[in-house]
Structure formats: structure tokens, C-alpha cells
Design a binder for this molecule. Structure first.
Ligand SMILES: NC(=O)c1ccc[n+]([C@@H]2O[C@H](COP(=O)([O-])OP(=O)(O)OC[C@H]3O[C@@H](n4cnc5c(N)ncnc54)[C@H](O)[C@@H]3O)[C@@H](O)[C@H]2O)c1
Length: 252
């Protein structure tokens, strides 16, 4: 197996792309920590438990861990908990993300702050909490989920696109800092992937988006998970500071 006995921590792994990444890394041999956050009107703990059960049914260890990635202390506690339950984190996947779409004219400052806090500062918090252990041990993978809109911009997404472009700057800079220590730092930039996030887009707009994709279809969470699993594997050992597009050709 490509990742036999590695310990992976995937943020926002109770559903969507994070869930697919958790399962794909488990298929490749990782024990997986499934991070989730409580959200109003849904049972994310139960969803995270179901993901952990599926990891276990693949023959790997799993642990669910609740933590808001914007909360630095909670992130530090999460990393300690994962170390105690599964072992030190070898593979961090910064997947947790939110949107609060509005044109700049109407964008509330809180919606700017919250998107930057989760998507960008959250990735910083998690990376900082694990990177020293990785460099000390001489092996590690930090993979963050950016977006095609980091590269293109998008109407109504100044906050989201800025956060996802920030991920790219963080990735390339940290990649340089740890390149000699056996740790690679990469990002994936998904296009339009069929998850709850994109199901919130009005149907007519979604149809227009699909028409603009050369492959004429939205991607699946598994398409993104396959790219993450590759970057996590030893096969990608000489790849660092890279942004891997998974977008059906919508931006090239
Ligand atoms: N769906 C797409 O088309 C698409 C495209 C490009 C990038 N992305 C990115 O992929 C990632 C996953 O998105 P998705 O489409 O699966 O959406 P999703 O809304 O289904 O999943 C997001 C996950 O992040 C979690 N989360 C939110 N805030 C959190 C916090 N503060 N702490 C911990 N977890 C938190 C949610 O509970 C959820 O599990 C996000 O970073 C998103 O920006 C998605």
C-alpha cells in the first residue's frame, strides 16, 4: 500500500470532499483522524462516526475529533488527541472550508473575516500544529484544498477566492521552509465538484457552469481525493509547492 501505517488528519471530514479523502487515504493504508465541527441543524458527530466506521471497515484505525480549525487551542488539543489515539500526524489535509458569497458591495465584514478565518487561518493553525513534528521525524505531507477560483477569481467570491489564493501562498512558502526536512507541502485546486457546497448554487447557474467545463460534467469528491492521495504518497516525494488542478479542464 502506498501509505501503509501513516497517520492522516483530515479536517472537515464528516462529509463531501473531506469524507472522500479520509476513505481514499484509508484505502491506501492510513489510519485516519476524522475532524469535524458541530453545525446548527445537523448531526456532524454522527456523520463523522459513520466516516470513521467506513475507515475501520477498510481495516484501518480511525478516530473522530471535534475541533473548530479557527480555534488555535482546540487545534493543539486535537493534534495531541490524535497522537495519543493513533500516533503522530504524518499527513495533514486542510480540507475544512466555507463560503459566504456576496458581491463586495454587499459583503458584510464578518463574512470576510469568517471565510478567511476558516479557510486560511484554519489551514495555518493546523499546519503550524503538526509541521515541527514532521520535520523532527523527517517525513510529512501537508496538502491543502484550494480552488480554481484562487486562479481565476469569481463573481461574488472576493472573500473565498482571497482565502483560497492565500492557501497557495502559504503552501509555496512553507514548502520552501521544510523542503530539506522530508516534508512536502502541496495544494489541490478543485473546479466544480458535486457536494453540498455546490448544490447550494441555483440550478440554472449550475447548468451554465457545467456547459463551461470542457469535460461537460462536475467532478466527484473522489476525483479530488485521488489527487490528494497521490500527493500524500511516496510516488509524489519530489513534488513540493505544487498546485494540482482537478477541474475537468475548466481552467488550464
Ligand atoms: N465543492 C466544490 O466545488 C469545491 C471546489 C473547490 C474547493 N472546494 C473546497 O473543498 C473543501 C471541502 O468542501 P466540500 O465541497 O466538501 O463542502 P462541504 O460544505 O460539504 O464540506 C466542508 C466541511 O468543512 C467543515 N467545516 C466548516 N467549517 C469548519 C471549521 N471551522 N472547522 C472544522 N471543520 C469545518 C464542514 O463541517 C464540512 O465537513 C472546502 O475547503 C472547499 O472550499 C470545494
Amino acid at each position: 500500500m502506498a501509505l501503509e501505517r501513516r497517520i492522516a488528519l483530515v479536517t472537515g471530514a464528516s462529509r463531501g470532499i473531506g469524507e472522500a479523502i479520509a476513505l481514499r487515504l484509508a484505502q491506501d493504508g492510513c489510519d485516519v483522524a476524522v475532524n469535524y465541527i458541530e453545525e446548527p441543524q445537523r448531526d456532524n458527530a454522527a456523520e463523522a462516526d459513520a466516516v470513521a466506521d467506513r475507515v475501520r471497515s477498510l481495516g484501518r484505525e480511525a478516530a473522530c475529533v471535534v475541533a473548530d480549525v479557527t480555534d488555535r487551542e482546540a487545534v493543539a488539543d486535537m493534534v495531541r488527541y490524535v497522537a495519543a489515539r493513533l500516533g503522530d500526524v504524518d499527513v495533514l489535509v486542510n480540507n475544512a472550508g466555507i463560503t459566504r458569497d456576496r458581491t463586495m458591495r454587499k459583503l458584510a465584514p464578518e463574512d470576510w473575516d469568517q471565510v478567511i478565518a476558516v479557510n486560511l487561518t484554519g489551514a495555518f493553525n493546523c499546519a503550524q500544529a503538526v509541521v515541527e513534528g514532521m520535520t523532527d521525524r523527517g517525513w510529512g505531507r501537508i496538502i491543502s484544498v484550494s480552488s480554481v477560483v484562487a486562479l481565476t477569481g469569481n463573481f461574488g467570491q472576493t472573500n473565498y477566492a482571497a482565502s483560497k489564493a492565500g492557501i497557495i501562498g502559504l503552501t509555496k512558502s512553507l514548502a520552501r521552509e521544510v523542503a530539506r526536512k522530508g516534508v512536502t507541502v502541496n495544494a489541490v485546486a478543485p473546479g466544480f465538484i458535486d457536494t453540498e457546497m455546490t448544490r447550494a448554487i441555483p440550478e440554472d447557474v449550475a447548468a451554465q457552469i457545467v456547459q463551461s467545463i470542457p469535460m461537460a460534467a462536475m467532478g466527484t469528491p473522489e476525483d479530488v481525493a485521488n489527487a490528494v492521495a497521490f500527493l500524500a504518497s511516496d510516488r509524489a516525494g519530489y513534488i513540493t509547492g505544487h498546485v494540482l488542478s482537478v477541474n475537468g479542464g475548466v481552467y488550464m
